[in-house]
Design a protein around this ligand. Structure first.
Ligand SMILES: [Mg+2]
Length: 121
C-alpha cells in the first residue's frame, strides 16, 4: 500500500475501523480532534525547533522515521476529524486549493512568500 494505490476514502475507512474497534467515537468531538491535530502538528514542528533551514532538511534525512510518524499522526487526526464531521476531504481540499489559487495568482505570487494582502495594496 502506498500513495499511488490507496484512496483517501480507504484511509478514512481504515481510520474509522481503528477508532470503532476501540469505542473511541465517544471522544471524537470536533474540539478534541482539532486539539489533538494541533498537538501532533506541534510534535512534528518540535523535531525542527531551533534548526535553521539547512539543518531542518538534514533532520528529515537523519530522523526520517520520526518525521514520518508525526506526519502520519497529523493525517490520522485529519482523517478522524473528517470522519467525525462527515467532511469530504477531496472536495474540501479542491475548493480550498481553488480559493488559494485565486488568492495567490501565479503571475503575482511566483517565487514570493508574501502574504496575499500585499497583492491588493
Ligand atoms: Mg505524535
Amino acid at each position: 500500500m502506498n500513495d499511488n494505490n490507496v484512496t483517501l476514502q480507504q484511509l478514512k475507512s481504515r481510520m474509522a475501523e481503528f477508532v470503532h474497534a476501540r469505542d473511541w467515537e465517544q471522544f471524537h468531538s470536533p474540539k478534541n480532534i482539532s486539539m489533538a491535530l494541533a498537538v501532533e502538528a506541534s510534535e512534528l514542528m518540535e523535531l525542527f525547533q531551533w534548526a535553521d533551514t539547512q539543518e531542518s532538511q538534514e533532520i528529515v534525512r537523519i530522523e526520517r522515521e520520526k518525521v514520518e510518524q508525526e506526519l502520519a499522526d497529523v493525517l490520522a487526526y485529519t482523517l478522524s476529524f473528517a470522519n467525525a464531521c462527515d467532511i469530504d476531504l477531496t472536495g474540501a481540499f479542491m475548493r480550498k486549493l481553488a480559493l488559494n489559487a485565486a488568492k495567490y495568482p501565479v503571475e503575482k505570487a511566483k517565487g514570493k512568500s508574501d502574504k496575499y494582502h500585499s497583492y491588493t495594496e
